[in-house]
Design a protein around this ligand. Sequence first.
Ligand SMILES: *[C@@H]1O[C@H](CO)[C@@H](O)[C@H](O)[C@H]1NC(C)=O
Ligand SMILES: *[C@@H]1O[C@H](CO)[C@@H](O)[C@H](O)[C@H]1NC(C)=O
Ligand SMILES: *[C@@H]1O[C@H](CO)[C@@H](O)[C@H](O)[C@H]1NC(C)=O
Ligand SMILES: *[C@@H]1O[C@H](CO)[C@@H](O)[C@H](O)[C@H]1NC(C)=O
Ligand SMILES: *[C@@H]1O[C@H](CO)[C@@H](O)[C@H](O)[C@H]1NC(C)=O
Ligand SMILES: *[C@@H]1O[C@H](CO)[C@@H](O)[C@H](O)[C@H]1NC(C)=O
Length: 771
Amino acid sequence: MASGKHSIFLFCYILCFTLTNFALNFRPVLAQKPVFACDVSGNPGLNNFSFCDASLDVKTRVDDLVNRLTLQEKIGFLVDGSKGVSRLGIPNYEWWSEALHGVSNTGPGTKFASPIPSATSFPQVLLTGATFNESLFKSIGKVVSTEARAMYNVGLAGLTFWSPNVNIFRDPRWGRGQETPGEDPVLSSKYGAAYVRGLQQRDDGDKDKLKVGACCKHYTAYDVDNWKGIQRYTFNAVVTQQDLDDTYQPPFKSCVIDGNVASVMCSYNQVNGKPTCGDPDLLAGVIRGQWKLNGYISSDCDSLKEMFNSQKYTKTPEETAALAIKSGLDLNCGSFLSDHTQAAIDGGLLNETDVNKAISNNFAMLMRLGFFDGDPSKQLYGNLGPKDVCTSENQEFAREVAQQGIVLLKNTKGSLPLSPTAIKSLAVIGPNANVTKTMIGNYEGVPCKYTTPLQGLTASVATVYQPGCADISCGTAQVDEAKKVAAAADAVVLIMGSDQSIETESKDRVDITLPGQQSILVSAVANVSKGPVILVIMSGGGMDVQFAKDDPKVTSILWVGFPGEAGGAAIADVIFGNYNPSGRLPMTWYPQSYVDKVNMTNMNMRPDPATGYPGRTYRFYTGPTVFAFGDGLSYSQFNHKLVQAPKLVSVPLDEGHVCRSSECKSIDAVEDTCKNIAFNIHLRVKNVGKMAGSHTVFLFSSPPRVHNAPQKHLLEFEKVHLTPMAEGLVRFNIDVCKHLSMVDEQGNRKVALGQHVLHVGSLKHYLNVRV
Ligand SMILES: *[C@@H]1O[C@H](CO)[C@@H](O)[C@H](O)[C@H]1NC(C)=O
Ligand SMILES: *[C@@H]1O[C@H](CO)[C@@H](O)[C@H](O)[C@H]1NC(C)=O
Ligand SMILES: *[C@@H]1O[C@H](CO)[C@@H](O)[C@H](O)[C@H]1NC(C)=O
Ligand SMILES: *[C@@H]1O[C@H](CO)[C@@H](O)[C@H](O)[C@H]1NC(C)=O
Ligand SMILES: *[C@@H]1O[C@H](CO)[C@@H](O)[C@H](O)[C@H]1NC(C)=O
Ligand SMILES: *[C@@H]1O[C@H](CO)[C@@H](O)[C@H](O)[C@H]1NC(C)=O
């Protein structure tokens, strides 16, 4: 989001919050009213306006409203701080609210104050990605939208939330990788669509209306914030058509087509020399034309200002305003369009019809949210209120999400789980051992409460605590104090990692090792410990912890992401075996040598043997990793057995098809012939361990090596819960053209002919695809 606006808002937030708290102590605060239009109880004349008539269809109502507005009034609806029109009973509306992993006050549309001073704070999204539990993604969205509606009803939030962030976590240095579900387009696509459905879908099944509006961002190929001085505001992402179509675009496409998202936000950066918010092919062409967005396209905050001031993409601000609107932009976060649209029209660069088109998309959204239906308390969700926020169920669910996401990366026999009865003293060491705010990551709200790791662990056993570093950057580790408590304890838990001072929006990392002297502290403590040493990494992106992986004295490693308000309880649940870990890494953990060698700004996914460029993510990168995508252990073991899978699939082609008479390496995946060719893969999964637990089955495929295909890509995944010795059947329905296809150099979807190797764990199955 915004640069300047953000910090001004933050300042205001601190001031206002202080003032509110001050006021709270001295006088009762009156319940506030939600903001809405068509308040006929106060103004019966509004009954005469068709746009207030909820029985009419959205288009009729929108057309009626637009017809009643002057041009000047219309321009006021092109920006996030929309100016109301009192003669028509329309109040001001702030479009910008956020709900990345819980209702957040990062945008000006949402505030925490009496009677709702806090909301449930789920784990930061990357850890949620690690659950690989699709139904969970939607359930989180549903809880968040319920709390959001409750806050709207008391006047503390809007109805439009600019979440989720579905950019691909392409490079481990990206400060915002934590906000995303990870590096895999299939996972990101499923996450985006499911979270959007959870936020938007109403319980009455009315598909035309929405509970709250979601927004998939930042479109597109955006994943450089500020690396060695290269800023997102001016960065030109040079992206091949192939990478664009098979890596960067799929999550957005899924948001629009599968999730029916209300909005897409264009990013700050340029793609191949054009700012995304001023590219008619990317906006009007793809989002609205090909994907048929039913909603509005918003800009990132001040991205039009950046397009003009920093990128100097047009000669005048009017040209930027006209370009953005003509490209398909409907709403500008910032004030650029309220400042420059009139002049653009006066100068003949734009006409009123263009403006009508944009605001019609915005009004249609507000209509679908019930904003023009009068008193919200008389509508569905009208009785949600403070009692529905931070409920014990919601807080318990935040703990469950963290449990499901936590990834066990190393576990020497006899280490985890720790027995709470056998451990008489536990040393808890590290700069993240007793943190609160660090656990909720960025785009956070005010959580209901916190359980720190130390508090979580202390609930089960006696603990001795030593931070070991003055802060997360750990300039000089306090090694002696830490060694003293470690040497005396039965077991040691080291809670290390990063926080928002290391990786965040506007801050990409340069190094991916543990900050400062953290690794010195870990090694020294491990060296003197007599029992298990559990290294817990609390971070967004991956860390090069090869030293700890190799150190036999470090007996277990856990990655806990930024685990949310209940993170400390969930960490203790896993450490003491109350929960059997089931998370899997949603991103590759690279060694430091990778970032030393690869520029963050190189957007290519595929390796280049000519330059030695190693490529990116598990789909293309073949070099050494610290931990791999999909890694994650359990306290149980699970076996897979293939029950059903074809060895051969034939794709029927027309008589005259060129591939019938000559050799073809691939066929188009969009032809009519390529529809509904599907098969089933059935697997039997057995828990052969002693503990009940959940297990994610990943179905990967290695296609024939044509068109620079990925070495391996995820087709589907399914998480199953199994008690000891229990078996489950996992069924995947594989559509040849959807799942087995890939994108060629020109951006066309193709199915490679020949041998596709399907893998599940160590199991391999050869499938021949032919015409
Ligand atoms: C509403 O419409 C009715 C019938 O057309 C008219 O009599 C009445 O004056 C209108 N009321 C207002 C407040 O415009
Ligand atoms: C406004 O401009 C659009 C092109 O952006 C054009 O199609 C339309 O005819 C114009 N409308 C008027 C009323 O001039
Ligand atoms: C741990 O953090 C909590 C919450 O901030 C605080 O109340 C407590 O005093 C801290 N414990 C120690 C031992 O510092
Ligand atoms: C581990 O302890 C041994 C013996 O006390 C010492 O020689 C060695 O330097 C220590 N290693 C580390 C990494 O602290
Ligand atoms: C990285 O980028 C810099 C500056 O653009 C360039 O000089 C350098 O050659 C690049 N290095 C690699 C390995 O691509
Ligand atoms: C997925 O998450 C849901 C909670 O939304 C949980 O009930 C279910 O057990 C999880 N699935 C597995 C296999 O763990």
